[in-house]
Design a protein around this ligand. Structure first.
Ligand SMILES: Cc1cc2nc3c(=O)[nH]c(=O)nc-3n(C[C@H](O)[C@H](O)[C@H](O)COP(=O)(O)O)c2cc1C
Length: 190
């Protein structure tokens, strides 16, 4: 079997599919899904989210300079897809019910709410906007890591695996699979 050479693509997978929440100047909140998101710096803690200009969230985040990145779980997979195909221009995504229901959680440093059903909400303030082409990349400093206490064990250790995070790969959502090793396990003495 040979190797085929295809045109450039965004086939850098898997990536997280996160919920990006924001609030406009009147306090009306919105949320969209973003897969073009990533960590970009450890100190200061920074991340990026790339958003198309036509998204309703784009204007809100550009004007307010704030948003919250919320990690998604198996339970949140359906609503993650839903808020990624519906616009806040047409519906109030915080008024959805049943298995699509999202509850606002208070943020400490930004007006944008986090999502209570998410295990980790990262409060962000925009520091730079890079106009790249189809997407504007919002580079932001993470001001607070808001975690759901239910994932803390008796010793206060945060058990992120228990949250059952979701990955996005080539148009599909996946539950994370089995643990293969821990950071540095390849060089650790047995
Ligand atoms: C899995 C998934 C990933 C997405 N990733 C992005 C992204 O990284 N950037 C973007 O601009 N739109 C992305 N979208 C599309 C937006 O979430 C979608 O257009 C949404 O309706 C925008 O909401 P808004 O108009 O309320 O802001 C994604 C959608 C899905 C389902």
């Amino acid at each position: 079997m040979g190797r085929q050479y295809w045109k450039p693509s965004n086939m850098l997978y898997p990536v997280p599919a996160v919920l990006v929440s924001c609030a406009d100047e009147e306090g009306h909140a919105n949320v969209m899904t973003a897969a073009w998101a990533g960590t970009v710096c450890s100190d200061p803690v920074m991340l990026s989210v790339s958003i198309r200009r036509e998204r309703y969230s784009h204007g809100i985040i550009k004007r307010t300079g704030e948003f919250v990145v919320n990690l998604t779980t198996e339970k949140l997979a359906k609503v993650t897809d839903y808020v990624g195909v519906k616009s806040g221009r047409d519906i109030d995504k915080f008024a959805l019910q049943g298995d699509l229901k999202l509850t606002k959680s208070e943020s400490r440093f930004v007006k944008a709410p986090g999502i209570a059903e998410s295990p980790v909400c990262l409060e962000c303030r925009v520091t730079q906007i890079l106009e790249l082409g189809s997407h504007d990349m919002f580079i932001a400093e993470v001001l607070s890591t808001d975690i759901d206490e239910q994932y803390l064990d008796e010793k206060g250790k945060f058990d992120l695996a228990a949250a059952k995070l979701v990955a996005y790969s080539h148009g599909e959502y996946y539950a994370l699979g089995e643990l293969l090793g821990k950071f540095g396990y390849s060089v650790r003495k047995k």
